[in-house]
Design a protein around this ligand. Sequence first.
Ligand code: MN
Length: 757
Amino acid sequence: MGTGSNTASTKVDRLNVAKGVAVSNLAAANAAAASFAGLIAKLDYLSPSDLEQVRQAYRFADEAHLGQLRNSGEPYITHPIAVTAQCAEWKLDAQALMAALLHDALEDCGVTKAELIERFGSPVAEMVDGLTKLEKLHFSTREENQAESFRKMLLAMARDVRVILIKLADRTHNMRTLSDAPRDKWARISSETLDIYAPISHRLGLNQTYQELQDLAFRHLFPWRHATLAKAVAKARGRRRDLFQKVQREVEASFKEPGMAVRVTGREKTLYSIYKKMDEKHLSFAQITDIYGFRVLVPNLSDCYTALGVLHQLYKPVPGKFKDYIAIAKPNGYQSLHTTLVGPSGVNVEFQIRTEAMNIVADSGVAAHWLYKTSESDSATTDRLGAKWLQSLLDIQLETRDATEFWDHVKVDLFPDAVYVFTPKSRIMALPRGATVVDFAYAIHSNVGDHAVAAKINGDQAPLRTQLKSGDVVEVSTSSDATPNPAWLSFVRTARARSKIRHHLKTMAQNESELLGQKLLAQALRAEGIEKLPEEDVASQGLWDKLLRFTGNKSRSELLTDIGLGKRIATIVAKRLLKLLMESGQKPNALLLTLERFAPHESQTQGAVTIDGSENASVQFSTCCRPLPGDRILGYLGRGEGLALHTDDCSVAKKLQHRDSDRFISVEWSDEPARAFEAGILVTVTNGKGVLARVASALASAEADIAHIDMGEESAQDTTDLRFVIAVRDAAHLEIVLRNLKRAPSVLHASRIKGHS
Ligand code: MN
């Protein structure tokens, strides 16, 4: 047990280490741990070369912290030494001990990570870097699921269990010395310890650390309650001293006859667990009956059950109080038999029965179990160490029965499938691994996702597609006129983001279809001599209601959307509308009617639907002819598919026109197209090395992007037909591209593909 720096302040050996264990002992333990010589004495399990490396790390840290002081006035280096001493109690390997010595050097002392890599190698530097990052995280909210997320985030960020162990040692020493810190910091640090670090140490089975952290936090969070309770426990301990000495003698004597070598120690419930029980069950101190107990350590597993029999013969067991944690271990690996017996004078006494090996796990957890087997680990990578640790967990499980539950706990904790990130207001969000800024934005609110335009991660600009890492602070900026980009669907990870984006795109297409429908109906109405559509106002309400009754639509916008999608023919609706308008006294404009009838071209231009390429889902550029700005185009309003564009010489369009001429509407190009458009081209080349590269470079020099290449079957032995889909600005641009291609070496022929699929 060394100098006992890890002796929990509330653990009482043989009940005769009395009273104020805490303060003076701790101070002494700290002083002892602070001396590097004291630390070296604990490192007898290291090889000489490992020991030398630890020495070097110490010298480096000592120099780096030179002149810095702790709150207590002691040299700062006493802190890293104490942390390392705790790690040595757990028998951590040399790399971890070096990282423990260096754990505060990166942040405060102007030391760089590169320097650490060079001097101590990358595994040590990575651990120190990980610890530095954890140091910056603070947990403040009291919400339960936030605490759980925060714990998982810590575990996810650490990636290496050694980092977590060093962090726990760091927190333990800081808690032991918290009284030196300014009083206004006690509450925050203590709450954080109770919410985050104590549960992690419990989960890892570091029972001593768990209890010590809880009691130190309790002491600093509620000094008065702690002191009162400590006094009450001390008093009760004094009153019952004789009784418990008697129990101890009787128990020890009862094992003489079976000849079993047992070690019997008295134990006392921790102040914090007494406090919690009183608090949760609304009990007074006098009502807590199980403050004292005994631990019986036996040579091997089967002795546990023999010992149980011996004890049950000595005192009467209390029914319902027996628990077999050997057959079914606790999730953190804890194993023991628990039983409560009626002792002398009718006082209930709890007994824990276990082997020495189980006792080590009970005190120092599964980590200790791993650490006792690290002899061949010097060259092991972080990953392998992690894997080995998990393997040792499995080994423990093979000895017991409840493998899956324990395994699940550990897996979830140490290799979470989630990343944990912060909002700018320090709220923690859990997202699946691989989640991007867009997923984060939608997780916050669908409005944030729908209007996201840019993001900052940890203060730096980052693209919306950036994958997030645990601990990132993510800030999304929005703009009210921004809309989701269909390309987002290719990288979002969460179902929520995916469905929200899809929903929005669908709504957008709907709105566009409605607008198109409005244009088409207005155009058809002009052909009937009515200048514009009746407004959607009170005056026209009756008119629209009648029209909707005729078409069977629920609303004006539904009717217009139907027209835009081609589910309804605009001219028929327009004729009905004209009839309704005339019934209400309106007359067609004769001049307009004449113009529409006898000057078709001009009127078409006035009523045509303008295309600029910004229409998304509501307009399709047919792949048979791939119309370009500059081409004469036709619009075909399919049944429910929206508007399809064709060139006027497209053979597919010609067939449709023959069959379905009343579904064609006039369309025209906007003067300023909003984007590039795709065109199909056929390039015939002579076969030879590097031909494709030459064609590609000719395309690039004409500023045409290749969207798709199709290497056709070789039409003749020495030539090949290449089919490209390229993006160009308009038909004139395509002409330039084709001219460029024809001048390129090896190109025999280049032309646009149009009108046949
Ligand atoms: Mn520290």
